[in-house]
Ligand binder design. Structure first.
Ligand code: SF4
Length: 264
C-alpha cells in the first residue's frame, strides 16, 4: 500500500467537523442551499471567478426574483445584470444563465440532470460545477474541487498537482468513496476560515499534525508549496559603501593612476 493511501482521512474529516461544528465560523454558501439542485447549479456558476461573499449576495438576490428554471428561462440579461453585478464576468453570466435554464426545460424536462456527462453538456458547466450539483443537489458521491480544495489538498501533501482537474482525478483514486461527500464542504469551510489562500493560520489549525505544510512550518523545513513558507526573519542591516566614496586611507583608482603618472 502506498504511503498516500495510509493518509488518515477519517481523522482529518472528524477533526474538521468537530472544530467547525461549534463556534461562529463562516459557512460555505452551498452547504446551506443544498436542497435544490437548480439553485446549486446556478449558484455554482455564479461562484466562478468570484469571491465567496459576492457569490452569497448575488445568489440570494437572483433567487429572490428568479427561483427556478421556468422563471429564469424567461429573464432578460438586463434584468439579471443588476442582481449579480458583484460577481466576476457578470454580463457574460447574465446571458448564460437563461440559456442554462432553457436547456434544462427543453432537454431535461425541467429537471436538472444527475450524471456528470449530462451536466457537463450544459453551457458553462465544467467538472467542478457538475460535481457540486451531484454532491449538494442530489447527495450523490462526487469530488467537487474548487480553489480551496485544490490548495488545501496540496498543502496537506496528499496530492502534488498544478490544476484543480488533476486534483479531482487524483482524489478520486486515493480517497475512499465514503469520504467524497463530506470532503468539499469541510475543506471549503477550512479554506474560508483558517487555511486561507495567503497566510494560513497553522498555529490554530486542528489538523496541523496531519498536514505536511503545518509540520514543515513548525519545524522550519521547506513546505510542499514554496509560497506557503513562513516569511524569513529580516537579516541584520549591513553598512553599504556610499557610491563614489573611498575607504579611509585609500585613494580611488583615478587618483592612484594620477600619482603613478607624476612619479614617472
Ligand atoms: S496546518 Fe496550515 S496549511 Fe495545513 S491545513 Fe492547517 S492551516 Fe492549512
Amino acid at each position: 500500500m502506498s504511503p498516500r493511501r495510509r493518509f488518515d482521512w477519517e481523522s482529518l474529516l472528524d477533526r474538521l467537523a468537530g472544530f467547525y461544528g461549534t463556534g461562529d465560523w463562516r459557512v460555505p454558501y452551498l452547504r446551506d442551499h443544498a436542497e435544490d439542485p437548480f439553485q446549486v447549479l446556478i449558484g455554482t456558476i455564479l461562484s466562478q471567478r468570484t469571491r465567496d461573499e459576492a457569490t452569497d449576495r448575488a445568489s440570494a438576490a437572483l433567487f429572490a426574483r428568479f427561483p427556478d428554471a421556468a422563471s429564469l428561462a424567461q429573464a432578460g440579461p438586463h434584468e439579471i445584470e443588476p442582481l449579480i453585478r458583484a460577481t466576476g464576468f457578470y454580463r457574460t453570466k447574465a446571458r448564460l444563465l437563461p440559456r442554462v435554464a432553457r436547456e434544462i426545460l427543453e432537454r431535461f424536462s425541467g429537471e436538472v440532470p444527475r450524471s456528470l456527462p449530462e451536466l457537463t453538456s450544459l453551457p458553462g458547466v465544467g467538472p467542478k460545477t457538475a460535481n457540486c450539483v451531484l454532491v449538494f443537489g442530489y447527495g450523490i458521491p462526487g469530488v467537487p474541487v474548487d480553489t480551496h480544495v485544490h490548495r488545501i489538498a496540496n498543502r496537506l501533501g496528499v496530492v502534488r498537482t498544478a490544476r484543480p482537474e488533476e486534483t479531482e482525478a487524483r482524489l478520486r483514486r486515493i480517497l475512499d468513496r465514503r469520504f467524497w461527500i463530506p470532503l468539499n464542504p469541510l475543506l471549503v469551510q477550512h479554506g474560508q476560515n483558517l487555511c486561507r489562500p495567503i497566510g494560513p493560520l497553522c498555529g490554530e489549525c486542528p489538523i496541523a499534525e496531519l498536514c505536511r505544510t503545518g509540520r514543515a512550518r513548525a519545524a522550519g523545513r521547506p513546505t510542499p508549496r514554496p509560497e506557503d513558507a513562513l516569511p524569513r526573519p529580516p537579516r541584520p542591516a549591513t553598512r553599504r559603501p556610499v557610491a563614489g566614496a573611498t575607504a579611509p586611507g585609500r585613494s580611488s583608482g583615478r587618483t592612484a593612476l594620477r600619482s603613478a603618472s607624476r612619479r614617472r
